[in-house]
Design a protein around this ligand. Structure first.
Ligand SMILES: Nc1ncnc2c1ncn2[C@@H]1O[C@H](COP(=O)(O)OP(=O)(O)OP(=O)(O)O)[C@@H](O)[C@H]1O
Ligand SMILES: [Mg+2]
Length: 233
């Protein structure tokens, strides 16, 4: 379980200060998929980077299973079991996807075992296992492999930043294999299919939480909000 208490994140914008996250308080439960949604620039990726430790909050506290992790490094948090898949994967040459899976899972996997991780993200494993994780892969392939590597790490808290980005809608359903029981999932998404799959939804609006609740309730709330906006125009 992840708990955020009074999280603020401000940056210098010339002479002024810009508040990116403004007193965010929330709980991400175990055995639960919590989707974070909201407009572009509302602070979703910033919030996930604060949980993983890529950036530090200006103030506020982060707890993982009751332990204060606010001052822990990315590595220390990763060792506790917090893992993250970037919105835009970082690729590099010279290492095969099989080797990357072994590094991520900290074991020398058999080929069928390594292939399982790739199959879970809907790609034909045998075609990819010996390839390098480089720019010759398409955007969607890079994204899927990044997701597979995140699964291989077997975290207790897994954060996906827009797992659907670049993935064709035809095979989108197969991304449901991403989720297992007993894990705290935090999924940043704009995609209705993924929001419906979530148990809870948290809506960020200009750095503040504007809604949080059961997926069904929040989806209907968002739909009525959109209808009003269309009606107003
Ligand atoms: N270091 C920074 N310097 C300047 N602006 C920043 C910085 N970090 C974040 N921002 C701004 O903070 C806001 C929130 O960014 P963030 O990446 O969290 O948005 P997001 O909700 O993930 O958006 P998207 O849906 O487009 O991915 C944006 O306006 C972004 O430009
Ligand atoms: Mg983002």
């Amino acid at each position: 379980m992840i708990e955020l208490k009074h999280i603020y994140y401000t940056i210098k914008d010339g002479d002024k200060e810009k508040t990116i996250l403004n007193d965010v308080n929330c709980i991400f439960l175990d055995n639960c998929i919590t989707a974070i949604t909201g407009q572009n620039g509302s602070g979703k990726s910033t919030l996930t980077k604060i949980i993983i430790g890529i950036i530090s909050p200006t103030s506020g506290k982060i707890y993982f299973n009751g332990k204060d992790i606010t001052n822990l490094s990315i590595d220390e948090r990763a060792r506790l079991g917090i893992t993250y898949a970037f919105q835009q994967p970082i690729t590099f040459s010279g290492i095969t996807i099989k080797e990357l899976i072994d590094i991520a899972s900290k074991e020398d996997n058999s080929i069928p075992k390594a292939c399982e991780y790739l199959s879970r993200v809907g790609i034909c494993a045998k075609d990819y296992i010996s390839r390098e994780f480089d720019k010759t892969l398409s955007g969607g392939e890079q994204k899927r492999i990044e997701l597979a590597l995140t699964l291989a790490k077997k975290g207790e808290c897994i954060i996906f930043d827009e797992p659907e980005a670049g993935i064709d809608l035809w095979s989108f359903d197969r991304l449901n294999d991403l989720f297992e029981k007993n894990i705290c999932y935090i999924v940043v998404s704009h995609q209705t299919q993924l929001l419906k799959r979530a148990d809870k939804i948290l809506v960020l609006d200009d750095g503040k939480i504007s809604a949080y609740g059961d997926s069904k309730d929040i989806i209907s709330h968002l739909q009525s909000y959109q209808c009003k906006r269309v009606g107003e125009d």
